[in-house]
Ligand binder design. Structure first.
Ligand code: HSE
Length: 327
């Protein structure tokens, strides 16, 4: 699906005086073996709001929270890029906009912060056009996946719960699977960042057939474990495709995953890392996971103090939620 060329003057502009807000969950991609295909939405939310100003192309920003001082306050902001692409696909162009962001998701940690911005911006652009021109969430998935390059974070950010995503030619598709209710994700977020692009560069072009076969089995098992039998989560989160190849870029995370798994907990690298996620079978196990992380952290404490921010979360089941109102 390519962007149709817009003849100058033919594109519509969203009405002025509209305001819209979207709340998008953080996401963990891969979940161990589901490389580039599985993702889980968690209840940690970024919020993006837009007000339409006069049609003068002016951009105003009010950015707060994670990363607020590191991102550009012009057309280079990821939200503006995503909105511009969405407007163009819808036959619109951007007028003046005020953009307000309240970010909670840390950048570069494998919790879907860029997917969250992209999904938020495309959802908002779609909400601001005339209802007759607006598209459905499958359209948001397509555009967001094209921008992100893979659908594993954007799909659960849009639909909530766990998403199994795939690509058919140019088309991105996804189905939503509800995890068993008691499953409690625990994240250990380290103080360091790892760039996804760099982590992808560490992967080999080919893998042994035996690893691919083992990985396929574990991915299938993981879907069953998440939906029906959490006691199989440890076996179901075993990966053969990416974590070992990337361990050198995130040695502290790799060591924590190994330690937690040796204690029987279903730990893995969240997305391209370096956050460590553990899928506890229930809240009681989540408490034991947090105790184990604290014990590990104490034994491997860096000289400069606390390294891990540890949070017990819930699974988000709603995905992106948008509200539009006229000011
Ligand atoms: N599947 C991606 C990776 C995660 O591991 O590189 C971010 O989408």
């Amino acid at each position: 699906m390519s962007t149709p060329p817009l003849v100058a003057g033919t594109a519509k502009v969203p009405a002025t005086g509209l305001a819209a807000t979207v709340r998008v969950p953080g996401t963990s991609a891969n979940l161990g073996p589901g490389f580039d295909s599985l993702g889980l939405a968690v209840a940690l939310y970024d919020t993006l709001s837009v007000e339409t100003l006069d049609d003068d192309g002016r951009l105003e920003f009010d950015l707060r929270g994670e990363g607020a001082d590191e991102v550009p306050r012009d057309e280079g902001h990821l939200a503006v890029k995503a909105m511009d692409l969405a407007f163009a696909r819808l036959g619109y162009r951007r007028g003046g906009l005020k953009i307000t962001a309240e970010n909670v998701l840390p950048h570069g940690r494998g919790l879907g912060s860029s997917a969250s911005v992209i999904v938020a911006a495309i959802t908002l652009a779609n909400a601001l056009v005339d209802p007759a021109d607006a598209q459905d969430r499958a359209w948001v998935l397509q555009l967001a996946s094209e921008m992100e390059g893979h659908p594993d974070n954007v799909a659960p950010a849009i639909f909530g719960a766990m998403a199994i995503s795939w690509q058919e030619g140019e088309d991105f598709r996804s189905v939503r699977v509800a995890p068993a209710e008691a499953i409690t994700p625990v994240v250990a977020i380290p103080a360091v960042e790892v760039k996804t692009e760099m982590a992808r560069g560490m992967l080999p072009a080919t893998v042994p057939h035996a690893d691919a076969a083992a990985n396929a089995g574990r991915t299938a098992l993981l879907v069953h474990a998440l939906a029906n039998d959490p006691s199989l989560l440890l076996a179901g989160t075993r990966d053969y495709l990416h974590q070992d190849y990337r361990a050198e870029a995130m040695p502290a995370s790799a060591a924590l995953v190994a330690d937690l798994r040796s204690r029987g907990f279903a730990a893995f690298i969240s997305g391209a890392g370096p956050t460590v996620m553990t899928l506890a079978q229930n809240q009681a196990e989540a408490v034991r996971v947090q105790e184990a992380i604290a014990e590990h952290a104490q034994a491997h404490a860096p000289a400069d103090g606390v390294f891990w921010r540890v949070l017990a979360l819930t699974v988000d089941v709603d995905g992106a939620k948008v509200e539009v109102h006229r000011r």
